[in-house]
Design a protein around this ligand. Structure first.
Ligand SMILES: *Cc1c(COP(=O)(O)O)cnc(C)c1O
Length: 385
């Protein structure tokens, strides 16, 4: 968090805001101008043009986002996938190899397994909660280690401290997708990660009304990512930048509410006789609960569960919910429920899903900011036959 503010709440509201305020405006106006007057910039990357991600709307976000996770710099992108793919292509060179957590976000999984080979990059998957097994996966040209703060949809928490130690010992760039944890609950650069990646579509914006992404890290790494992004073209539109800045201001309030509600909902499900298992890092029964409790200040708003009746019971549950919405995506103010085998992980073969523990009956819930009692009543009704 920015040294000038003691709390993340203040940082979210004030960090990076323009001083003096633009014409006295309390919020940053939208700069809907594709290009700006030439000011003798020496480098192509500094010429002010929307694709080069450097309008006043972008600059405010870069300062605010880097302050949130104690980075030296940040760059916003057109989507979370733009942040992830551009960061991977900035770090990796032909001939390189990457170690990646075996249960990645669907889009990242497909990019790593289907497209990295076109750039001459190979990969190996690792079991992120078994650090002793990582060394055997190293390759002479391994350049990066890629993990997620909490995996989707099983909410596994890698041994993140071991990941940083391992990356340092072997000279790897450590990369983490921190979307599920958010800077409110976890700041990866503080424990030594090199690059934090975000889908700002989710909790950062928090209102399910834009797509956006971000990379946060050292000035050197972020400059590499920005230069690549300038050519790949995944820049954020100024109007979306304005909405993201607005959404960020309330992130701490939203995420703390979601932490608390998700924990109560996870407890409700874990005590229900129609539920066979619940995955939530805040439950003592979660296999990585101790790691999560030592690193995170909250366990987040995501949980998943299996019903005793499998896929049919899951479909019936999804048809009966009334407040929660049956939709993919996550991190917004409204509670969303989905069956990953039919949405986020539909691109994976049924066999690969089974290997990763994603059954056809698994239900994933993104807890919103509605009243917890209403949500529990809704879920309770949907569980009754
Ligand atoms: C949604 C998501 C992404 C992709 O972000 P988009 O904004 O949809 O491109 C990447 N990682 C995680 C963990 C996500 O939840």
């Amino acid at each position: 968090m920015s040294k000038s503010y003691k709390t993340i709440e203040t940082c979210l509201v004030h960090a990076g805001e323009p001083h003096p305020r633009i014409s006295g405006a309390v919020t940053t106006p939208i700069f809907q101008s594709a290009t700006f007057e030439y000011e003798n910039q020496a480098s192509y990357h500094d010429i002010r043009y929307i694709r080069l991600n450097n309008t006043p709307n972008h600059v405010v976000l870069h300062h605010k986002l880097s302050a949130l996770e104690n980075g030296e710099a940040a760059v916003v992108t057109a989507s979370g996938m733009a942040a992830i793919t551009t960061a991977l292509l900035s770090v990796l060179r032909p001939g390189d190899h990457i170690l990646a957590q075996n249960c990645l976000y669907g889009g990242t999984h497909d990019f790593v397994t289907q497209y990295l080979k076109d750039f001459g990059v190979s990969y190996s998957f690792i079991d992120a909660s078994d650090p002793d097994s990582w060394e055997s996966r190293l390759h002479p040209k391994t350049r990066a280690l890629y993990v997620e703060a909490m995996s989707n949809p099983l909410l596994e928490v890698p041994d993140l401290t071991a990941a940083v130690k391992f990356a340092r010992a072997h000279g790897l760039v450590s990369m983490i997708d921190n979307t599920f944890a958010t800077p409110v609950n976890f700041r990866p650069l503080d424990i030594g990660f090199d690059l934090a990646l975000h889908s700002c579509t989710k909790y950062m914006n928090g209102h399910s009304d834009i797509v956006a992404g971000a990379c946060i890290g050292s000035a050197r790494l972020i400059e590499q990512v920005k230069h690549k992004l300038d050519h790949l073209g995944g820049s954020l539109d100024p109007h979306a930048a304005f909405l993201l800045e607005r959404g960020l201001k309330t992130m701490a309030l939203r995420v703390r509410c979601q932490n608390s509600s998700a924990l109560q909902i996870a407890r409700f499900f874990s005590e229900h006789d129609k539920v066979s298992s619940v995955n939530y890092p805040g439950l003592e029964s979660h296999p990585q609960h101790k790691i999560a409790a030592s690193l995170f200040t909250g366990f987040g708003g995501m949980l998943s569960l299996e019903l005793k009746g499998g896929r049919d019971a899951a479909e019936s549950f999804l048809n009966k919910i009334e407040i929660a919405i049956n939709a993919p995506s996550l991190g917004g103010v409204e509670t969303l429920v989905t069956r990953p085998a039919s949405t986020s992980h539909a691109g994976m073969s049924p066999e690969d899903r089974r290997k990763l523990g994603i059954s056809d009956g698994l239900i994933r819930i993104s807890v919103g900011i509605e009243g917890t009692d209403d949500l529990i009543q809704d879920f309770s009704g949907a569980l009754e036959g």
